[in-house]
Write a protein that binds this ligand. Structure first.
Ligand code: THU
Length: 127
């Protein structure tokens, strides 16, 4: 699965986003060490703090299927180019980064952009 295909899957997932409050839809696609892919979208709640981001939704599906090592995550929003993950999701992604690192892939102005997770969350907290 290449990074363009992952962005396409993230875009497809973004169509299922439940974002009636912010109207900001996001989709994510994670690729694990074993080559499996999982998608997620954001889903909001009347109690705003209960909102789950697309990235954490996708990571949760991977973990629920027994996966622990994520090589890459693609993120797509129809509302914004270069939609990089929020701080909370950066921390969650770091928890499951593969031994070879984790690439964060976003749709830039022209073509995909790739950020190593360490660039987005330097000096990461880990127990
Ligand atoms: N959101 C995501 O799903 N991922 C991000 O990385 C940024 C924010 C969602 C949360 C909320 O539903 C909406 O976008 C606006 O913040």
């Amino acid at each position: 699965m290449n990074y363009d295909e992952m962005i396409n899957l993230a875009e497809r997932a973004s169509k299922n986003a439940y974002a009636p409050y912010s109207k900001f839809k996001v989709g994510a696609c994670v690729l694990t060490d074993s080559g499996k892919v999982y998608t997620g979208c954001n889903f909001e709640n009347s109690s705003f703090g209960m909102t789950i981001c697309a990235e954490r939704n996708a990571v949760g599906s991977a973990v629920a299927d027994g996966e622990r090592k994520i090589k890459a995550v693609a993120i797509f929003s129809p509302n914004m180019k270069n939609c990089t993950p929020c701080g909370a999701c950066r921390q969650v992604l770091s928890e499951f980064k593969s031994d070879d690192g984790l690439d964060v892939i976003v749709q830039g102005e022209d073509g995909v952009k790739v950020y190593p997770i360490e660039k987005l969350l330097p000096e990461t907290f880990a127990l």
